[in-house]
Design a protein around this ligand. Structure first.
Ligand code: DGL
Length: 268
C-alpha cells in the first residue's frame, strides 16, 4: 500500500485517547486511524515507570501489526515515561503529547509562569517541566497531580458542586502562583474545560496537549512525505483489551459522536 494511505496508529491506556483521535479526525480528515485502548490495564497514571514502559512497548507492537505509518501516544502518562524507549526500539515515527503541549504553552505565556496538571505518574516524571525549560529556561513551572479528575470524567461528572470543589482544591495552589497558562496534561481533562476555566478564571489560558499534537502529526507526515493523498475514504478501527461495553457507552463523550464497532483483543 502507498505509504500515505496507511493508517495512523494511536494508543492510550483506555478511553481518554479518543480526545486525541477527535483532534486528529478534525485536523487530518483524510487519514485512517487504528486506535488501541488498553482498557484491561487502565489506569496507567498510578503505575511505575517500568510498568508503563512495558505496556507501551506492547501497545506499539500491537499497532505495528496493522502496518501503521506512524504512532501517536495519546496517553500523557505513557508519553511522559516511555517515549525515549519507544523511539529507541522502533523505526516508525512516534509522536507524544508532551512536547506539542509544552511548545503551545511556551508560545502562549506572557508572564512566564505555566501550570501543569496531570496524573500522578505524569507529574512525578517532570516531563512537561523539562520540555518547557528546554524551550525557555526562564519559565517557571508549577505542577499539580489531579488523580480524581479521571474517574470524575468517566462517571460523567463534568460540572456541578462536587466537580467544582475538587477542581478548586487542586487548582487554587496554581492560581496562587499567578500562572497565566495551564497545560491540561491528561487525555481526560479537556472534558473538564468549563469547570477548570471557571476555577482558574478567564485570564488563564488553557492548553489542550492532544489538540496541539494533531498539528505536530501533520508536520511529521508532511515532513516524511506520508500524508494521505485523500483518494480513499478514511477508515477508523478501535481495539480494546477488555469488554467494550463501557468504551462504547461513554466513548461518544470523548469523541463527539457514537463509536461504531469496537473490537476486543486478548493477550496482545
Ligand atoms: N490516559 C491517561 C493520561 O493521559 C489518563 C488515564 C490513566 O491514568 O491511564 O495520562
Amino acid at each position: 500500500m502507498k505509504g500515505g494511505r496507511q493508517a495512523i496508529g494511536v494508543f492510550d491506556s483506555g478511553i481518554g485517547g479518543l480526545t486525541v483521535v477527535k483532534a486528529l479526525m478534525e485536523d487530518l480528515p483524510s487519514e485512517s486511524i487504528v486506535y488501541f485502548g488498553d482498557t484491561a490495564r487502565v489506569p496507567y497514571g498510578t503505575k511505575s515507570k517500568t510498568t508503563i514502559v512495558k505496556f507501551s512497548l506492547e501497545n506499539v507492537e500491537f499497532l505495528l501489526r496493522y502496518g501503521v505509518k506512524c504512532i501517536v501516544i495519546a496517553c500523557n502518562t505513557s508519553s511522559s515515561w516511555a517515549l525515549p524507549t519507544l523511539r529507541k526500539y522502533f523505526k516508525v515515527p512516534i509522536i507524544g503529547v508532551i512536547r506539542p503541549g509544552a511548545l503551545a504553552a511556551v508560545r502562549q505565556t506572557r508572564n512566564k509562569r505555566i501550570g501543569v496538571i496531570g496524573t500522578t505518574a505524569t507529574i512525578n516524571s517532570r516531563a512537561y517541566e523539562m520540555a518547557i525549560q528546554r524551550l525557555d529556561p526562564r519559565i517557571k513551572v508549577f505542577s499539580h497531580s489531579c488523580p480524581l479528575f479521571v474517574p470524575l470524567v468517566e462517571e460523567g461528572w463534568l460540572n456541578g458542586d462536587i466537580c467544582r470543589t475538587i477542581a478548586q482544591r487542586y487548582l487554587q495552589p496554581l492560581v496562587r502562583q499567578r500562572i497565566d497558562t495551564l497545560i491540561l496534561g491528561c487525555t481526560h481533562y479537556p472534558l473538564l474545560t468549563k469547570t477548570i476555566q471557571e476555577v482558574v478564571g478567564p485570564s488563564v489560558a488553557l492548553v489542550d496537549s492532544g489538540r496541539q499534537t494533531a498539528a505536530e502529526v501533520r508536520g511529521v507526515l508532511l515532513g516524511t512525505d506520508i500524508l494521505s493523498d485523500g483518494q480513499a475514504h478514511p477508515r477508523y478501527r478501535f481495539f480494546v483489551t477488555d469488554e467494550p461495553t463501557q468504551f462504547n457507552r461513554i466513548g461518544h463523550r470523548f469523541l463527539g459522536y457514537a463509536i461504531g464497532s469496537v473490537e476486543r483483543v486478548n493477550g496482545h
